[in-house]
Design a protein. Sequence first.
Length: 333
Amino acid sequence: MIRDKTKKIQEIKNSAEVRKRNSEEEKVARAEVFTDLIRSIERCQTEMQYKMERQQKAAEKQEDELIEKLEQEIAELKIRNNVLERLSHTEDHLHLLQIYSSLCSPRNTRYWPEIRLKTQESVETLRTALTQLQDTLHQKLKKTVLRKMQQNAVNVILDPDTAYPYLILSDDGKQVAHGDIIQKLPNSPKSFERYPCVLGKVGFSSRRFYFEVEVKGNTDWTLGVARESIDRKERMKLCPGTGCWAVNLSDGNEYKALYGRPVSLDLKVTPQQVGVFVDYEDGLVSFHDVESGSHIYSFTAQHFTDKLYPFFCPNLNNEGKNSSPLIIKRVYR
């Protein structure tokens, strides 16, 4: 009894230490985000001021050139006026007719309406700058969140004892694809018999963990985590109710989160590499596009009791159309 209570106290202390460490990491990450935000705003402000100063200088130069040309035209017109004044008193009408056309011909005069001075920044330009700033900050935030999750990366190796008989596993346990014939895999009670699936060797029952999988070139796949007690012998729907938290690609462009009734996902970009993050204690399983940092989907407010194992399902080969392997990638932190 005393030993059990002592063990429980130690578990509580360990949990408190983990929460404290996670809280400190959150503070650092948030400080970095706000620092980036301030720097980006300052940079945007500097660029806008520089652009406005350049436009002001260009406007002043244009004004000076205009005044100079107008003064020059005024001087030319005064000269013409004096010549015409003198000629108005001459009696040599033949000479007057000869030079009249040249004196009275229109000059190449610039008019005020032709000059458009940009003395202030337009609202549209300002809106564009702010939109670009917003996009930049959004990208930085996504990358910051992804980097934080990557700090929890674990070394995942596939467990051949759990593999569906038709799956081809690489020697290093980092790749899996569906073959057309039964492979030489261990005849294990832990193997999947109804679905082309395989689990990672190590399960997790606390804290956080993260791994990345390359899905490039595949038209069908399912990724996520599964509880240790998932039924591996009978056909069933893959969903949280049966012990699987996963997202799925089918037919090359249909992405879904697997519930009892799958949820369609509208992804703007086709993920080439997917990151899977699990916070066991918070009941969170989330999926991310590693290349862009974009969030794909999250299962939230889940209640875990079993160990959770990385879950891989390359689905059927489809006559070679879906033959590329799922590849567990090394995470650079």
